[in-house]
Each structure stands twice: as C-alpha cells, then as structure tokens.
Design a binder for this molecule. Structure first.
Ligand SMILES: Cc1cc2nc3c(=O)[nH]c(=O)nc-3n(C[C@H](O)[C@H](O)[C@H](O)COP(=O)(O)O)c2cc1C
Length: 189
C-alpha cells in the first residue's frame, strides 16, 4: 500500500475517539464539483446534523461505513449556488439488489476544501460503491473508524484526484481487517 508522508498509521483496531457513529442525516447539494470536475461524487452532509464529536475532529480525511435510506418525497429540482440544476430524487432509485441499501465503505473529508478556497467547513462522503443513479435528498447514517491524513492544499486538480484515489485504497484495505469490518453491522437496522 502506498503510504504518504502526511498519512497517519492505521492502527490494528479503532482507537479513541473512534468508532463514532451518526444518526440518519440529510444529503444536500454541494457545489457539485466533486462529480463534475473530479469524477469523484460526494454526498454533502449539513454539519449541524452531526454529533459534536465529529464536528470537533481535526480537518482531514477519515474512513468508515455508510448506509443509505430513501426518503418518501416527490422529485424536486434544486438550484445550486452557481445556477446549475440538480434533480433531487430522494433516493427513490436506490436498488437493494445492487447492494445500494447495505452498509458500504466510505471515505470522507472533514474540511474547508482549500483547493477550492472555501472558508467554511463541510463534511463530504464518497461512498465506495457503483451506483446506477444519483440519490440527492436521501439520508445517510455513517461511522468514522479512523483517520487517514490531514486536509492538504493542492496546486492541481490531478494531484487532489490522485490523493483521493489513494485515500480510497487505504480505506478499503483498513476496512478489510476483521477488527474494522465488524463495525459494518453497527449500521444495519
Ligand atoms: C476523500 C476526500 C478527500 C479530500 N481531500 C481534500 C484535501 O485534502 N484538500 C482539499 O482541498 N479538498 C479535499 N477534498 C474535497 C474536494 O475538494 C471536494 O470533494 C470538492 O471540493 C468537491 O466538493 P463539491 O461537490 O461540494 O463541489 C476531499 C474530498 C474527499 C471525498
């Protein structure tokens, strides 16, 4: 596994303050650069719905599991700050047969996205799974089991993409360990 200079060592099992787990949170429209520019879609979570222990985490990249649930709501169109329109389907096309409703590995950023010059904190999840459709407006419950690295600034989009891809591999490798894998069932309901 590629380890980078800024990476935290991955311990044998979750270490204090982990595991952290949330209730179901709303998935809201971010700026949409994750899918459009980076090719790495992210689900943005309103920070005021998160437990204090998560809001108190250092800015950085973390891993855990995430579980989605659809919301019973008609489709709506949401307009992003840049004017782009997003179809909110509230997760109605999530497909149980495709595993979309199972607990899935997740890599998440608790950050201010310096690459994009934001000055406020966002929590964004990239769920490591092949979805067939978007699920804006659905809800997600997730755990955080470990820290991968601090948030960094990048000079190119390509360098950011490359690092997120390494984050994904790091998360998958850690979550394969039995001592982390057991937390998958923590999210089953
Ligand atoms: C696993 C992961 C790691 C990330 N790491 C960084 C980072 O180190 N620095 C940074 O500026 N942004 C980082 N980002 C945030 C991206 O810049 C962010 O997904 C992008 O701003 C798209 O957000 P949007 O969909 O709200 O437009 C990371 C995102 C993810 C999912």
């Amino acid at each position: 596994m590629t380890r980078r200079a800024a990476d935290s060592p991955i311990p044998d099992k979750p270490e204090d303050p982990f595991p952290l787990v949330t209730d179901y949170c709303d998935i809201v429209g971010g700026f949409g650069r994750g899918s459009a520019e980076l090719g790495i879609p992210t689900a943005n979570i309103p920070v005021n719905q998160l437990p204090k222990a998560i809001n108190d985490l250092e800015l950085g990249v973390y891993f855990g599991f995430a579980k989605l649930r659809p919301v019973d709501h008609g489709e709506e169109v949401f307009t992003r700050k840049n004017g782009a329109k997003v179809l909110m389907n509230y997760g109605r096309n999530l497909d149980r047969q495709n595993g979309d409703l199972d607990p899935m590995p997740v890599v998440l950023s608790v950050g201010k996205n310096p690459f994009y010059g934001n000055d406020f904190k966002t929590v964004e999840l990239h769920i490591i799974h092949e979805f067939k459709d978007s699920f804006y407006g659905a809800q997600v419950k997730f755990s955080i089991l470990g820290h991968i690295r601090p948030e960094l600034n990048y000079t190119t989009k390509e360098a950011l993409i490359e690092d997120i891809n390494i984050d994904i591999l790091t998360a998958l490798e850690a979550l394969e360990m039995d001592s982390f894998k057991v937390y998958r069932s923590q999210l089953a309901d």
